[in-house]
Design a protein around this ligand. Structure first.
Ligand SMILES: Nc1ncnc2c1ncn2[C@@H]1O[C@H](COP(=O)(O)OP(=O)(O)OC[C@H]2O[C@@H]([n+]3cccc(C(=O)O)c3)[C@H](O)[C@@H]2O)[C@@H](O)[C@H]1O
Ligand SMILES: Nc1ncnc2c1ncn2[C@@H]1O[C@H](COP(=O)(O)OP(=O)(O)OP(=O)(O)O)[C@@H](O)[C@H]1O
Ligand SMILES: NC(=O)CC[C@H](N)C(=O)O
Length: 718
């Protein structure tokens, strides 16, 4: 029988899971309506048209330009009562119209108070003015004359009467929703952010997570980039989001021109920007991850230190509370999520990342060799990705130090499951690079050890258990360490960060250990791309490049268990899951501390549709895959189980350079965690909050998919 109450529960769980407001996001909009100077009625209509659109899209906070109701460039007309009365009427009409709208609207208007005129931002929500914030820094240089008309709001705090009702007035206001965690915003006006120590600095230290700026900024050549840099730095330095909207078409061109730039930043990265120089109204909508901002502030003690150094600014701010009552259910995700957090889609950025990653590895190893005075290295060369990459890093490190590559001692050590293809590639690579190549067959030693252990394999039984695997991995490591003693060499490690996260390596006497590991902070997906990058940038000659390309095409495999048929290899990903998902988890779990359900939500938006969004440049067509929620949930649980169970392997890591900000699992480089912690809290959170599938919602998620508004919001790297 169909169990309706269970079905209802399932539907509710799915709806909650898909809701951005349940997942710690706040949807915001930077709006630039077309305007007419000194025409409040027209400007009101243009503002309302966007406000309705934003409300329909589930937006919580909409930022409009400075002096948007009057127009910014009206000069001495600011001092005309007819105009000021009409602006106030328009504002009151906007307040009435806002009763039917979801979002808080931040609009610009000139307002009178005690014989002075202020350049104000008015926060309007659901038929109420929440507060009015005056501009502090009035530009009065070159093309700006604001002090001719306006008083500075710097030292004023109190109330202002709008339409006869008193509302909070001052630059000391913070606005906070009582029903959406993290929706705390601050308002500043244009020049405020161009000054040293902008008001938003202190608002952020007082707790504001979303900083807004209502602007009117005439365009001159080069200025758009300056504005971007200001927003980028302000959002990065304040651990905040920054929403900026500057007036555009319709402002007076008597002496100036206007491009209308509106953009949204988070943690030092742009997530959305409107087209500029448009004659039509423009608006961009994006989802701010306020939860990530809160976690980042917690993680970085500097934020709190700065608050103390500035006398705990929260004591100086007044908080205005409001009830948002956000729209729930599936609103999609208005934010670009890279499928590969360590391999960005943006070609220029990816190229820069690869250049840096490769050179960090090379210089790390070069310095260790120079510092120790040890002439040689020993490395196990399997013909797989990791040892290939470590070997080319070593070749470049020896080149950098002017040492002969023949001092790199490469050992290929076939075992019970080594394939002809990888062995051939191992030899081709070593000879192409001009390193010293040796081959040691480990099978006799392994047979002896298995016999001594009375392992069934030694009795002729096809038992391929962990002992069988680790005997081979261990003997290879043993041989490398003893060869290093014998030949004055360092053992170069090859194990990557993804394997360390999953515990997919043999502890101690095994590939987990080395004298120095250049790959330990590199996720598998980045190693794959780095090899692609070295091949396409021709860092080595054609022979080597051809081998690199062939290695890229080989199945990822430990080659420890013999396969039923010739030419097949034991697939790592078939057993432990796709590295492309595991690297996704590593990034959001270890770098940001997001809960599993939110990581699954992000993964769904990144991975559900092969055709959506972009892929890293050069990513092979045939390897493009999609994952549905069931697979995401299952592989995330595998990750959590393995991650917790294998911390002991990370606690005892050899030295090696930290390469990426989201990526070091060394207890010295970044990640500290007890080796005996249980992972049940995380597994329970995943099971409780992530539905097994999406049938229960009966909605087509694809129609609500993430809207790529810009490239991934890579945070400022700390
Ligand atoms: N918390 C803890 N603190 C201290 N010790 C702990 C421990 N948990 C388990 N142990 C001990 O650790 C041992 C298990 O660890 P370990 O010996 O490493 O063995 P284990 O993790 O069980 O197996 C290694 C796995 O890695 C795979 N591998 C190996 C080599 C290369 C590759 C590759 O593709 O790259 C893959 C291999 O296929 C195998 O599945 C047990 O003896 C257990 O008693
Ligand atoms: N046949 C082999 N000869 C020499 N060394 C080996 C051999 N097999 C494994 N090793 C060593 O053990 C390490 C771990 O093996 P593993 O299979 O994880 O790595 P890989 O073969 O380099 O890459 P991938 O896992 O991507 O196939 C290798 O990087 C290499 O140093
Ligand atoms: N409205 C303003 O405060 C403008 C001044 C600012 N420097 C700009 O051009 O963007």
């Amino acid at each position: 029988m169909f169990d309706t109450s269970r079905h209802r529960q399932g539907a509710r769980k799915a709806a909650d899971f898909l809701s951005i407001y349940q997942q710690g996001f706040v949807r915001v909009a930077a709006c630039r309506p077309t305007c007419r100077i000194a025409d409040p009625a027209f400007n009101l209509e243009a503002t309302l048209a966007l406000a309705r659109e934003g409300s329909d899209a589930g937006v919580a906070l909409m930022v409009f330009p400075e002096l948007g109701l009057s127009g910014y460039s009206i000069d001495d007309l600011f001092l005309q009562r007819a105009l000021l009365d009409e602006v106030e009427r328009g504002l009151l009409d906007l307040v009435s119209a806002s009763c039917d709208l979801h979002p808080v609207l931040l609009v610009g208007a000139p307002l009178r108070r005690e014989g002075r005129l202020y350049n104000c931002a008015v926060a309007v929500h659901r038929g109420r003015i929440l507060g009015v914030v005056p501009k502090g820094h009035l530009p009065n240089y070159r093309e700006f004359y604001e002090k001719r008309w306006f008083a500075s709001g710097r030292d004023v705090r109190g109330e202002i009467s709008v339409g006869g009702d008193p509302v909070p007035f001052g630059m000391d206001l913070l606005f906070q929703a009582d029903d959406v965690d993290g929706l705390i915003f601050h308002i500043e006006i244009c020049e405020d952010v161009w000054a040293p120590a902008p008001p938003s600095d202190f608002a952020a230290l007082a707790g504001a997570l979303i900083l807004t700026n209502l602007s009117a900024s005439n365009i001159v050549v080069g200025k758009a980039d300056t504005r971007r840099r200001l927003c980028e730095l302000q959002s990065g330095r304040c651990w905040a989001a920054y929403i900026y909207s500057a007036a555009g078409y319709g402002e007076s061109t008597t002496d100036l021109a206007w491009d209308g730039q509106a953009c949204i930043y988070e943690l030092g990265a742009q997530i959305a920007e409107t087209p500029r120089f448009s004659v039509d109204s423009q608006m961009v909508v994006a989802d701010i991850d306020v939860e990530r901002l809160q976690l980042e502030r917690m993680r970085t003690g500097t934020f709190n230190e700065a608050a103390i150094a500035n006398g705990m600014p929260d004591r100086r701010f007044r908080r205005v509370s409001f009830h948002l009552d956000p729209p729930l259910g599936n609103l999609g995700l208005r934010r670009h999520i890279d499928r590969f957090p360590f391999v960005p889609d943006d070609p220029a950025r990816l190229d820069q990342d690869c250049y840096e990653a490769f050179n960090i590895q090379v210089s790390g190893l070069a310095r260790r060799l120079e510092a120790t005075g040890i002439a040689k290295i020993c490395i196990g060369v399997s013909g797989g990705l990791d040892s290939t990459h470590a070997l080319i890093v070593a070749a470049k490190a020896f080149d950098l130090l002017g040492r002969p590559r023949t001092d790199i001692l490469g050992f290929t050590m076939p075992g019970f499951a080594t394939s002809a293809r990888t062995k051939l590639n191992a030899h081709a690579l070593m000879s192409g690079l001009g390193v010293t190549a040796e081959e040691i067959d480990i099978k006799p030693l392994a047979n002896q050890m298995l016999a001594d252990l009375q392992h069934p394999f030694a009795m002729g039984q096809p038992v391929y258990d962990t002992t069988f695997e680790n005997v081979q991995a261990g003997l290879r490591t043993d041989l490398l360490f003893r060869a290093a003693n014998q030949r004055n060499a360092l053992v170069l490690g090859t194990g990557n960060m993804s394997e360390l996260a999953l515990g997919w390596c043999t502890y101690g006497v095994g590939d987990q250990m080395s004298h120095y590991n250049v790959n330990g902070s590199l996720p598998k997906t980045l190693i794959q791309h780095l090899i692609r990058w070295t091949a396409s940038n021709r860092l080595f000659d054609t022979n080597v490049t051809d081998v690199l390309l062939d290695v890229l095409g080989t199945t990822i495999s430990p080659e420890l268990i013999p396969q039923a048929s010739e030419g097949e290899s034991q697939s790592t990903e078939g057993k432990i899951g796709p590295y492309e998902l595991h690297d996704f988890w590593i990034y959001y779990f270890t770098r940001f501390g997001l809960p599993p359900s939110k990581i699954a939500f992000l993964a769904l938006h990144a991975w559900q549709d092969v055709g959506a969004g972009s892929w890293p440049p050069g990513f092979p067509e045939e390897q493009k895959r999609a994952y549905e929620l069931g697979a995401i949930r299952a592989w995330l649980e595998v990750f959590l189980r393995r991650f917790f169970a294998n911390q002991f392997k990370r606690s005892a890591l050899p030295n090696g350079p930290k390469v990426t900000t989201g990526g070091s699992l060394s207890p010295r480089g970044d990640w500290r965690m007890p080796s005996d912690a249980p992972g049940q809290v995380w597994i329970d959170e995943l099971r409780r909050n992530v539905p097994e599938g999406l049938d229960a919602v009966g909605e087509d998620l694809a129609t609500q998919a993430s809207t790529p508004v810009a490239t991934e919001a890579k945070p400022i790297v700390r």
